[in-house]
Design a protein around this ligand. Sequence first.
Ligand code: PMP
Length: 383
Amino acid sequence: MLADLARQLEKLDADGLTRRPPTLQAPCGPVATIDGRTLISFASNDYLGLANDPAVIDAAIDGARHWGVGAGASALVSGHFAPHAELERRLAEFVGYPRALFFSTGYLANIGIVPTLVGRGDAVFADRLNHASLIDAVQLSRADSHRYPHGDLAALERLLVSRPARRRLILTDAVFSMDGDVAPLPELLDLAERYDAWLVIDDAHGFGVLGHQGRGSLDHCCLKKSPRIVYMGTLGKAAGVSGAFVAAEATVIDWLLQRARSHIFTTASPPLLANALLAALDLIAEGESRRMHLAGLRAQLRSGLADTRWRLLPSPTAIQPVLVGDNHEVVAVAAALAERGLWVPAIRPPTVPAGQARLRVSLSAAHATAHVSQLVDALRALD
Ligand code: PMP
């Protein structure tokens, strides 16, 4: 087995697919320190710059002093504390659904939601570019899986017409994590209503960034409220901490609480993090100036590269991918940027389809315009 694994690792290397995560020697922020070198970082999803915000840090410290550092058990046994309950109440109210359930991560939330709602004999209809956690969730559920081409509503409708099942779920990222585009949520809800399906929306990259007060993609798309919607938002990106929540009808949330294995069979997230998240939620709601600054950085990057060979995907969000295509070339461009003091991750298959390797520029309100200018200048020099 060892020889076999070594051979597979060599093949990954030959295909330009080996990943070696760097070890950071300074906190998450617009500037990263790696091996004693400082690099301007476009790598993190800390879109509002809250991971290092003094108010969030203070809330985490207060939380640790009051609640200790561990939850001690799973939420259902003895791990559900007052900050968890308060956070769930506030998150549900913020996104406008009756109840919410807090999970330790977005991955755990997704693999909890899908198998709890559907199983053998049911059907899931999923956008081809959905996040890996949703793909894994469908496999775990054992429901029949039907994937439609990215954003192709006509193809989805054909599937909904031709694949009857006991229960049916449409599953989509709200903001696609490697493309940055927003799913056609009103149209998806319309199809869900017409063909008696439910709509599960993963808003990992929209929550905190899009919509009035950062309420997320549902608000951004003016999506009407519907009992068919199950909304998932993550709290390790724009909220700057970690965790995730599911918001939906009270009956759905109660069912998840009873049945979601990734909630039941895992130690609860430390209550100090829920304390930090309560502070982060205040900053998200008051964060209009951060979101305006982020929009300005996006415009600066896009106009700075408009007349170059670099092809930016049409993304209205903080995720600004630069399509390169070839795996080896994207690694070479990322290395050339690193030599110029810039850290932009090279994203390759299987994270994106073959032939669509890209630089994933992730902007944050913590960036200064000078950081984006440096990136524009470096890419122009490599043009
Ligand atoms: N959904 C999407 C669309 C994501 O991009 C991610 C994280 N990359 C997740 C879910 C998982 O969230 P978490 O990192 O909190 O596990």
